[in-house]
Design a protein around this ligand. Structure first.
Ligand code: G3P
Length: 230
């Protein structure tokens, strides 16, 4: 499973990019509005930095408007993935954008039939919102499992399952176990993915014990050893 970060905040994206695990970025109108910056400049800057799939969402609700916005957004960078809502017009726009060779991310998916419709329309990614289902006491993991199972029935479907609305590390693990191709994760949750108290405790113990070693400076010790062999 690949990791995307779910944010429009460039500092967060730079930090995750520095970890060497970032494959892409997803944004949405709320995430863009939260940053208060120019939408187009932000998307372009993210594409330049990440050099991987970057989802930019259309705001038009009619087919022609979605297609027009999507085709223009796709001209910003080869990395732009046009995000469209899972409505009948969004599905129709997905088909037209897909036929035009433009990558799409069909978003706001909450039940498996929606995901099949998106795949049949040629979606590159489908975004099931795990957290928002959990928020209303519906098991979001089950939706991921159902979509993966439905897509597996038809080898001609090549839409990637992009688990979204990830609220905590358990959602991330569940998405990976369920066979999602990608999880798009908020920065705060990504930071949590590293953490375990036993890792910290074990590392502290290693550092403490290492101080008992005769020559604890590894670099100096290697250089001195190699010098004796020249
Ligand atoms: O950006 C799509 C999705 O990940 C947003 O999820 O529920 O955190 O707004 P949410």
């Amino acid at each position: 499973m690949k990791i995307f970060v779910d944010t429009a905040n460039l500092n967060e994206i730079r930090e995750v990019h520095s970890w060497g695990v970032l494959a892409g970025v997803t944004t949405n109108p709320s995430l863009i509005a939260r940053e208060g910056r120019d939408f187009i400049a932000t998307i372009h800057e993210i594409c330049e930095l990440v050099q991987g799939p970057v989802s930019a969402e259309v705001i038009a609700q009619d087919v022609a408007g979605m297609v027009k916005e999507g085709k223009l957004l796709a001209q910003l960078s080869e990395h732009v993935v046009v995000k469209v809502p899972l409505t009948p017009n969004g599905i129709a726009a997905t088909r037209q954008l897909s036929d035009a060779g433009i990558k799409t991310n069909v978003t706001l998916c909450f039940q498996p039939a929606q995901a099949l419709m998106a795949a049949l329309a040629g979606a590159t990614y489908i975004s099931p919102f795990v957290g928002r289902l959990d928020d209303i006491s519906v098991d979001g993991r089950e939706l991921i499992e159902q979509i993966v199972a439905i897509y597996a029935q038809d080898p001609d479907l090549d839409t990637q399952v992009l688990a979204a609305s990830i609220r905590h590390p358990i959602h991330f693990i569940q998405a990976a176990l369920a066979g999602a191709h990608v999880a798009t994760v908020p920065f705060k949750v990504l930071q949590q993915l590293f953490l375990h108290p036993l890792t910290d405790k074990g590392n502290e113990a290693f550092l403490k014990d290492w101080q008992k070693v005769p020559d604890p400076d590894i670099c100096g010790a290697v250089e001195r050893f190699l010098a004796t062999r020249r």
